[in-house]
Design a binder for this molecule. Structure first.
Ligand SMILES: C/C(NCc1cnc(C)nc1N)=C(/S)[C@H](O)COP(=O)(O)OP(=O)(O)O
Ligand SMILES: [Mg+2]
Length: 561
């Protein structure tokens, strides 16, 4: 049996669990798209532009584990590259495919449209090489299967996007049949290093007086959340999560003490973590944003850092130690010690009294967070866009089982609209998406709401209209932080046109918000966009504190020498 190059690729995508792929057509990928349409287990999802296509792949990969996107050469690829770089930063496997020039164009010295006007066609491949874990151009049929399989293998093994460029005159040609072979490779394991790391870590933690555990963002891409929970319950320690790891440990768990974010940690949490005499961080990233401008007091003499594939203990490092194996094995060596949790219990903040809704009270960010918290259910996912939505999203208490998504490593505003599309598609019928999106971010990618309408997805979008770039205002204000206001709620009518089922409303009081949420929860067949009127200076207190610290780091004078 033979298969065409395009249907070989389609079969592979199906084999790794993809059911939808995102595409914007162009004459370099039309024949390839025809091949994909032949596969009835894959659904074509057309996006308004390639940047949003990339963000949709990001959101889909967060829910589904891996995603695929298809663009045309240069005008498509160079538009998508920012989203693919973001997926690299966020450890998301994406099979990203661009149509490429006809294989004869180079040898016959043919200038082509959509290119730089010179006969040199490798520039897109070189650019993607920088933001993917593997990049290859397929210009000969005989090496297509190997390059496709290698790309998929690398994406799944390293949890990173990969890039394939397929010459437009090859996609519909026959290939040798597709052997069903193992595509995902296990993480390398050094048994001796694993045992030594467990031995050393167990000794340090079992001899500590008040050790704590902190969950990091890499727990999820390296499938170690279950083992982290096991370790937590084997130790009885206080457990915190870093801001971009929210949702990776159940927040109603008796050992959960909140978000550890240095000076903007949740009440009591920072104190307990920083006063511990040993802390195990599992899968952490210590960036300027996750440490509030490096003001988090993390002492390397007390730090046990378990990364995706290596463990770092004070004065010792162990390589080829997979995170889930390390955490799981360590759990079996731990003694119970609830000293840090007992310390936290002494000042655990009393649950906040639920304030009654004051119908005609103007909206306050703090009150909006409380109202969103109340509507969340375990079968929802909360997506927080870059902006004050980070702080508001992170402060939102999650019911057990509710998922949380944030792009704190890359922080490219506008990401959340495409990510909402991709995530909602992957989780259709299983999880409803609730998104917190600022007005400034929304203006970069708003048109993808029409794709959400086109495919009848029903996320609930809270559009926080505070008249500008408030994060930037708090870090460093200037006239550039002002934006032109839109009628955000009215956009829904624009995108609905004659057949859409989106619903939009603008609210400015607590009573209006309450009624809008009730209506959104009942609204199906399309998105609900609730535009919130928020005062320009009404932001979370954490943003104020965090902003001044990040600004201090940004402004640090160049070191001499
Ligand atoms: C302009 C910028 N960051 C710089 C930036 C600029 N361009 C891209 C693609 N990504 C970025 N992070 C940021 S965080 C704005 O405050 C976002 O504004 P908005 O969505 O309105 O949220 P807040 O009002 O809560 O800040
Ligand atoms: Mg704003």
């Amino acid at each position: 049996a033979t298969t065409t190059l395009g249907s070989y690729l389609a079969t592979r995508l199906e084999q790794i669990g993809i059911r939808h792929y995102f595409a914007v057509p162009g004459d370099y990928n039309l024949v390839l798209l025809d091949q994909l349409l032949e596969n009835e287990n894959l659904e074509f999802i057309g996006c308004c532009n390639e940047l949003n296509l990339g963000y949709a792949c990001d959101g889909y990969a967060r829910a589904n584990g891996v995603a695929a996107g298809f663009v045309t050469f240069s005008v498509g690829g160079l538009s998508a590259i920012n989203a693919i770089a973001g997926a690299y930063a966020e450890d998301l496997p994406i099979i990203f495919v661009s149509g490429g020039p006809n294989t004869n164009a180079g040898p016959e010295n043919r200038p082509l449209h959509h290119t730089l006007g010179e006969v040199r066609y490798r520039y897109q491949l070189e650019m993607f090489r920088e933001v993917t874990a593997y990049a290859a151009s397929i210009e000969h049929l005989e090496d297509a299967p190997e390059k496709i399989d290698r790309a998929i293998h690398v994406a799944l093994r390293h949890r990173k996007p990969v890039y394939l460029e397929i010459a437009c005159n090859l996609a519909g040609l026959d290939l040798p049949a597709a052997p069903n072979q193992q595509l995902a490779a296990p993480v390398p394991l050094d048994e001796a290093a694993l045992d030594a790391a467990v031995e050393n870590a167990a000794e340090r933690l079992n001899n500590a007086v008040k050790p704590v555990l902190v969950a990091g963002v890499k727990l999820r891409p390296w499938d170690a959340t279950k083992e982290f929970l096991e370790l937590a319950e084997a130790t009885g320690y206080a457990v915190a999560v870093m801001p971009n790891a929210k949702g990776l440990f159940p927040e109603n768990h008796p050992q959960y003490i909140g978000t550890y974010w240095g000076p903007v940690s949740s009440p009591g949490c920072g104190e307990v973590v920083e006063s511990a005499d040993a802390y195990l961080f599992a899968g952490p990233t210590f960036t300027d944003y996750t440490t509030a401008g490096y003001t988090a007091l993390i002492n390397s003499n007390k730090l046990l850092e378990a990364g995706p594939e290596r463990v770092k203990l004070p004065g010792q490092s162990y390589n080829n130690v997979p995170l889930p194996l390390f955490l799981g094995k360590l759990a079996g060596r731990m003694k119970k010690n609830d000293t840090s949790l007992t310390a936290f219990e002494r000042f655990r903040p009393a649950p906040e009294q639920e304030e009654d809704i004051v119908a005609d009270r103007p909206l306050l960010t703090r009150r909006v967070v409380k109202r969103v918290e109340k509507m969340l259910t375990p079968d929802m996912a909360l997506i927080a866009e870059t902006g004050d939505s980070w702080f508001n999203g992170i402060k939102t208490k999650l019911p057990e089982g509710t998922a949380f998504e944030i792009q704190m490593q890359y922080g490219s505003i506008g990401w959340s609209v495409g990510a909402t599309l991709g995530y909602a598609l992957a989780e259709r019928g299983k999880r409803r998406v609730v998104s917190l999106i600022g007005d400034g971010s929304f203006q970069l990618t708003a048109q993808e709401v029409s794709t959400i309408i086109r495919y009848g997805l029903d996320p609930i979008i809270f559009l926080i209209n505070n008249r500008g770039y408030t994060i930037e205002v708090e870090i460093h204000d200037g006239p550039y932080n002002l934006i032109k206001n839109w009628d955000y709620a009215g956009l829904i009518d624009v995108f609905n046109a004659e057949d859409g089922k989106g619903w939009g409303v603008r609210v400015s009081t607590e009573g209006e918000l309450d009624a809008a949420i009730a209506k959104a929860l009942a609204h199906t067949g399309g998105p609900s966009l609730i535009e919130l009127t928020i005062d320009r200076d009404d932001c979370s207190k954490e943003l104020l504190e965090w902003g001044s610290r990040v600004a201090a780091v940004n402004g640090a004078p160049p070191k001499l020498g």
